[in-house]
Design a protein around this ligand. Structure first.
Ligand SMILES: Cc1cc2nc3c(=O)[nH]c(=O)nc-3n(C[C@H](O)[C@H](O)[C@H](O)COP(=O)(O)OP(=O)(O)OC[C@H]3O[C@@H](n4cnc5c(N)ncnc54)[C@H](O)[C@@H]3O)c2cc1C
Length: 209
């Protein structure tokens, strides 16, 4: 077996691991990501949706998810007819949301239209390894475990008062870990990229959320 010498071994290529790996590598560290699955991304791969500029494009995307696109279109059109146009001759299979009527241009109007797959699941446990504000794993008596940084879902203590979300936590604590690695190695501090000035410009409206 080949021996590989690295500065940082990232265990798990989820959002937190990849954030740490990317920032540490950009700072100049030699990084190895060990991921047990064929793809990186971890749970962040499930926290997404799609958008498209027309309803037809959207139902085509849904078909790629295994949804019957003809039935999907019929469901959306029936919803529009019952809720917006007040057609009482159809019985709906989809529940009517509490937000009231859908916007007027639901079916024929302008997009973007959004689709998200909804399923019950455990997003992450609230518990985890205690860390300090730099990402070091702590023992029960609050001393640092040298060389062990913890980020994302493996870090505990963030959602003690309520659900704090997992993606931002993974990204931010991944960055903390990369900063600590860079500090240890005497490398420049990893920084967030500057905002892209093109963010405000029109972009084609179809893609992944
Ligand atoms: C269905 C779903 C919906 C969600 N929706 C939202 C949302 O809307 N908003 C939000 O903020 N958060 C959401 N979350 C939570 C958020 O996605 C996660 O908290 C976040 O992505 C966790 O990132 P992570 O890198 O810490 O962990 P993970 O994504 O769990 O990554 C860990 C990685 O480590 C790998 N791994 C595990 N064991 C080993 C091993 N022994 N060796 C090598 N690799 C290993 C795994 O394969 C995985 O790729 C959702 C989660 C789920 C599951």
């Amino acid at each position: 077996m080949e021996n590989i010498q690295v500065d940082v071994l990232v265990c798990g290529g989820g959002m937190s691991g990849m954030a740490c790996a990317a920032f540490a590598a950009e700072a100049g560290a030699k990084v190895l990501v060990a991921e047990k699955q064929a793809d990186v991304g971890g749970s962040s791969n499930y926290s997404a949706g799609m958008f498209a500029s027309t309803l037809s494009d959207l139902v085509d995307i849904l078909q790629g998810w295994g949804v019957d696109n003809v039935q999907a279109r019929r469901t959306i059109e029936n919803y529009d007819r019952v809720v917006r146009l007040g057609d009482k001759s159809i019985s709906l299979e989809a529940p009517i949301g509490r937000a009231g009527s859908p916007p007027t241009p639901l079916v024929d109007g302008e997009g973007p239209f959004y689709a998200m797959e909804v399923q019950p699941s455990i997003t992450f446990t609230y518990g985890g390894i205690a860390i300090d504000a730099k990402g070091h794993a702590l023992t029960p008596d609050k001393s640092k475990i040298p060389g062990l940084l913890v980020a994302g879902v493996d870090a505990g203590g963030f959602s003690n008062l309520g659900y704090a979300g997992g993606l931002a936590l993974a990204f931010v604590t991944g960055l903390w870990a990369a900063r600590e690695v860079a500090r240890d190695l005497g490398l420049p501090e990893p920084r967030l990229p500057l905002p892209d000035v093109r963010d405000g410009e029109d972009k084609p409206v179809q893609g992944r959320l």
